[in-house]
Every structure is written in structure tokens, then in C-alpha cells.
Design a protein around this ligand. Structure first.
Ligand code: CAA
Length: 271
């Protein structure tokens, strides 16, 4: 296990031809994993290579990991999709929106589904994911923060769902968590105006669990990780499963689900 950890620590998760474009760092320390978007000079702009790198991390996440922290290096969490996608040259080795428009619909939809895989795993019951967000979280950056279970933000944070202003829709799994967190009306307001949501509003409307001074962000995340690791692992997984399923179940169904999970816990603890 120590060997596996050493290999992951400091390794670049994207080993394809566009390593520099993916620029995702992945480190594992026992039960804690950290994913860092590492293109600070480009404000951690994301490409298809970034999303493949995220998906690969999800596929190979060591079993012992309980908490995954997602962060961005430098002044911004992430300025969203790499704007070169809008140019005719595109991103080297990854094409452009023009080349996508020329391809078959099914092909591009499949590519989007692959990109989404980089975000979806962050909701697994076996882990708790925390986005540590400072500065700009725009478009794909906002959606990456939304893909996590919790958001701890710096007081300089600015969330913006810029896609509709660019003629696009948010398609990196962000629309459902946004609606669930802030409600339909507020989600429409935020997305269809592409306005900026700052820290105080983010906290008020439920986008952020905690706002701290920029200099305290790392410490606040460390404290949350410690608190999350203080509970029983299997109980935490079962509880997250229950909470995630709650919205889709009736009270009766949810109560039954609680009973089933509790019976399993009691058996595991006292059987
Ligand atoms: N793509 C590529 N490069 C980007 C980038 C992006 N999204 N955002 C910033 N950069 C680059 C800049 O071009 C600049 O590069 P150079 O130094 O080589 O000129 C460098 O990062 C620093 O940028 P700024 O000087 O602009 O930095 P700033 O701190 O003053 O401003 C910012 C930061 C407000 C995020 C600004 O850079 C900005 O508005 N960026 C564009 C944001 C954007 O529109 N993103 C698209 C969102 S939509 C989306 O994401 C679609 C989707 O999911 C499908």
C-alpha cells in the first residue's frame, strides 16, 4: 500500500499526449486524497485531458480513501473550459468546438459523457468530496465545485455559470446539484444571467458550507477533513447513501431504508 501511495503522490494523473493540458496533480495520504488543478498561469482552465485525468483518478481511487479534496493552484479555482476550444485551432490534440460540430452528434455526446465521468464519481457514497474554492470558479470550474459534496470557500470566491452567455449549456453535471442546493428559481437566475455569486451570497443560498479568509482556506479544509474522519467509516458510507436517496423516496420508503441500513450496522457492530 505504501508503494501505491508513493506512486500516486506527486504523480500527474494525465499521462497522455496532452499532459501539460490536463495538468491535474493527484496525491494520496492514507485516507485522504487531494486533486489539484495545476495550471495556475492559465487560471486552471480545463480541457478534455483534465476531465479524462479526473475520470482516471476516480477509476483507480485507492480503497482506503475516505475524503477527497479538490482544489486549484494559484489565484483562481478554475476559469472554466479552455477558451481555445472556441477558436478554429482548438486545443492541441483535443480539437475544438468547430471540429466537434463537424462530427456526428452521437460521437460528441459520447465525448461529453466521458468528460462527465470525471465529475460524477465525486458523489460516491464511499467518499466525501470537498471543493476548496478560492477566486474564480467559472463555467466548468463552478461545475467542478458543484460536483463535490461540500464547498468550503475563500472570501474572494466568485462563482459564475458563464455557459449561457457563450451560447452553451452547463453540461458537466452541474445543473442538478445547483438546483438541489439553491432551488429552481435561484438556479435560473444564476445561470440565465451568468451573473457572479460572491462569498456572502454563496453562503446565504447554500452554495457554500463555510466561508473563510483566503489565508485560512487550507486550514479550514484540514479541520473539516479531520472532523469527517472522526466518524465510523461504514456508518458514514451508509448514512451518505441514506441522505443521497432521501429526496427521491417517500417518507415511508426512506424510513424503511433507514431500518435496513441500521439493521446492517447493528449486525456488523454487535453480531
Ligand atoms: N481558457 C484559457 N486561458 C485562460 C482562461 C480560459 N478559460 N482563463 C484565463 N486564461 C488565461 C489568460 O488568457 C491569461 O493567459 P496569458 O497570461 O497567457 O495571457 C491567463 O490565463 C491569466 O488570465 P487573466 O490575465 O485574465 O487573469 P485574471 O486573474 O485577471 O482574470 C478571469 C481571471 C476572470 C478568470 C479571466 O481570465 C477570465 O474571465 N477568463 C475566462 C473565463 C471564461 O469565460 N471561461 C469559460 C467558462 S464557460 C465553460 O466553462 C463552458 C463549459 O463548461 C462547457
Amino acid at each position: 500500500m505504501a508503494e501505491a501511495q508513493a506512486r500516486q503522490r506527486g504523480g500527474n494523473a494525465d499521462d497522455g499526449p496532452a499532459t501539460a493540458e490536463g495538468a491535474v496533480r493527484f496525491e494520496v495520504d492514507g485516507e485522504i486524497a487531494a486533486i489539484t488543478l495545476a495550471r495556475p498561469d492559465k487560471r486552471n482552465a480545463q480541457t478534455f485531458a483534465t476531465w479524462s485525468a479526473l475520470a482516471r483518478i476516480g477509476e483507480s481511487l485507492p480503497e482506503q480513501v475516505r475524503v477527497v479534496v479538490v482544489k486549484g493552484e494559484g489565484p483562481s479555482f478554475s476559469a472554466g473550459i479552455d477558451l481555445r476550444m472556441f477558436t478554429s485551432e482548438g486545443v492541441p490534440g483535443q480539437g475544438s468546438f468547430s471540429s466537434a460540430a463537424a462530427s456526428e452528434d452521437a460521437g460528441f455526446e459520447q465525448r461529453i459523457r466521458q468528460a462527465q465521468a470525471g465529475f460524477l464519481w465525486l458523489r460516491r457514497p464511499e467518499i466525501v468530496s470537498i471543493a476548496a474554492v478560492q477566486g474564480h470558479a467559472i463555467g466548468a470550474g463552478f461545475q467542478l465545485a458543484l460536483a463535490c459534496d461540500l464547498r468550503i470557500v475563500a472570501d474572494d470566491v466568485s462563482f459564475c455559470m458563464k455557459e449561457p452567455a457563450l451560447g452553451l449549456v452547463p453540461d458537466l453535471t452541474g445543473t442538478k446539484p445547483l438546483v438541489e442546493l439553491v432551488g429552481l428559481a435561484k438556479a435560473i437566475d444564476i445561470c440565465l444571467t451568468a451573473r457572479t455569486v460572491h462569498a456572502d451570497e454563496a453562503m446565504r443560498i447554500g452554495l457554500a458550507e463555510q466561508v473563510v479568509a483566503r489565508s485560512d482556506l487550507d486550514q479550514a479544509v484540514r479541520e473539516k477533513v479531520t472532523a469527517l474522519l472522526s466518524t465510523n467509516r461504514d456508518a458514514a458510507v451508509a448514512t451518505k447513501r441514506l441522505l443521497q436517496g432521501a429526496r427521491a423516496r417517500s417518507l415511508e420508503e426512506q424510513s424503511r431504508a433507514e431500518g435496513i441500513e441500521q439493521a446492517a450496522r447493528i449486525k456488523a457492530l454487535f453480531g
